[in-house]
Design a protein around this ligand. Structure first.
Ligand SMILES: Cc1cc2nc3c(=O)[nH]c(=O)nc-3n(C[C@H](O)[C@H](O)[C@H](O)COP(=O)(O)OP(=O)(O)OC[C@H]3O[C@@H](n4cnc5c(N)ncnc54)[C@H](O)[C@@H]3O)c2cc1C
Length: 396
């Protein structure tokens, strides 16, 4: 039997691939697509959150098809102060992502439960033995640690809980860093999903990527105990995300590249280096790639390559801050960097999360009394950094 031929095959139906498929379909309903995902559902097991102002109006319109939680403001808590911030906050559960994609994409575009075993500029082979041919292929598979990049890790375990009594939290708490630091920058993240439902995540920035799920569950249980919440767990997710502080980006991309295939998603380097978040970047990329969707395979690959290089260049500042976070500050003192940062103006904070800090923002962030000793900061900036190659160990 001859392989089916499509205009564009996207391999990896996570956040980046799914948004790209949606954006291409909206911009060019006549183009035939294949969204090839190894798992049974698109998006895996994630909850993605972002600030309302992270997105352009076109980005907001793209995400309008997803059911999501919406809040008008948010809050941070540090040992020295609490602050309410007026930026709207949004959160999307991957189960709602999957449901909307299945509803919005043409049935023939859906290749869930289908692991790609080979990709080239014009074809995708499946583990099952079959495959498809395509005018252009986009690689959005997930990425592992790389010896070509340096940095540290952001580790977390989040639990969606149902409390027996109303929990009393009325806005997202983006960082509650009043908790014990346990040798890392640690904070608790809270999303009130209903009067009796709350998502509680224990997060820390660590030098090594080993996540001990039992310890984090215990910490969440202690946090709930301190708030006087009795709760049952409805759902759980974990994350081990690289926080990139430097490296050789061209060699990194070359190590993953396939000739004539566009390399996108977090794998392609489209991440906020310090927060490891990708939502606003994935949205803007999806919209840009949709506009360029009629290019040839090599034209599209070059287009995405150029965007990745531009993104790397534009995010240098965040990698530098990451270096100072990991290498200049003692683990127990790292929270001071964020405690100081969150005293700055709200528009500056919003631009920071969207990876759009202006030159003046950068000066403001770096000026004043530094929260880490200047000599350690200089040493960190001049050092090579730690390669992101540790074996990822999830003891879940
Ligand atoms: C638990 C968790 C929570 C996060 N929360 C946020 C957040 O709140 N906000 C935010 O902006 N970012 C968040 N992130 C970071 C980042 O946005 C996510 O990691 C995001 O999912 C990255 O998108 P992606 O599409 O590049 O990769 P992924 O979403 O990881 O998608 C890659 C997909 O490729 C598939 N795949 C791999 N190999 C193959 C193959 N051979 N064939 C077919 N398919 C394959 C995988 O199954 C996977 O679904 C979170 C990450 C995690 C892990």
């Amino acid at each position: 039997m001859q392989a089916r031929k499509v205009d564009i095959a996207i391999v990896g139906g996570g956040l980046a691939g799914g948004l790209m498929a949606l954006a291409i379909h909206r911009a060019h309903p006549r183009l035939s697509l294949a969204l090839v995902e190894a798992g049974d559902s698109f998006g895996g097991n994630h909850r993605w959150s972002w600030f309302e102002n992270d997105l352009s109006p076109a980005g907001t319109a793209l995400l309008s098809v997803f059911a999501k939680a919406v809040w008008p403001d948010n809050e941070v808590r540090f040992p020295a102060y609490r602050r309410k911030l007026h930026a709207g906050y949004r959160s999307l559960d991957s189960r709602d992502f999957d449901a909307a994609l299945r509803q919005r994409l043409p049935q023939q575009a859906i290749y869930a439960g289908c692991r790609a075993s080979s990709i080239s500029a014009s074809a995708v082979g499946f583990e099952s033995g079959s495959g498809i041919t395509a005018r252009a292929v986009i690689d959005c598979r997930d990425a592992g640690p790389s010896e070509h990049l340096t940095g540290g890790w952001q580790l977390f375990l989040g639990r969606h809980l149902r409390t027996s009594e109303p929990h009393g939290i009325d806005r997202p708490v983006i960082m509650d860093a009043t908790v014990a630091q346990h040798g890392a920058y640690r904070f608790v993240y809270l999303l009130p999903l209903g009067r009796h439902e709350i998502f509680v995540e224990d997060t820390y920035y660590a030098d090594r990527p080993s996540l001990d799920a039992e310890i984090l569950r215990d910490r969440i249980a202690s946090y709930c105990f301190e708030q006087d919440w009795k709760a049952e767990c409805l759902h759980e997710e974990t994350g081990i995300l690289p926080v990139v502080t430097g490296g050789d980006f061209d060699t990194y991309r070359a190590s993953l590249a396939t000739d004539g295939v566009a390399l996108a998603g977090a794998r392609g380097g489209f991440v906020h280096p310090l927060t490891s978040y990708t939502m606003p970047i994935a949205v803007e990329n999806a919209l840009a790639i949709a506009e360029a969707a009629t290019l040839s395979a090599s034209g599209l690959a070059e287009f995405v390559e150029q965007r990745a290089k531009d993104h790397w260049r534009k995010t240098r500042f965040y990698r530098m801050l990451g270096k100072m976070l990991f290498e200049a500050a003692e683990p127990e003192e790292r929270y001071r960097i964020f405690q100081r940062f969150y005293r700055l103006g709200e528009p500056l904070i919003e631009r920071f999360y969207a990876a759009r800090s202006s030159p003046t923002d950068k000066i403001r962030i770096l000026s004043g009394k530094p929260p880490v000793p200047v000599t350690s900061a200089m040493r960190a900036l001049l050092g090579k950094g730690r390669p992101l190659v540790h074996e990822v160990r999830d003891e879940c």
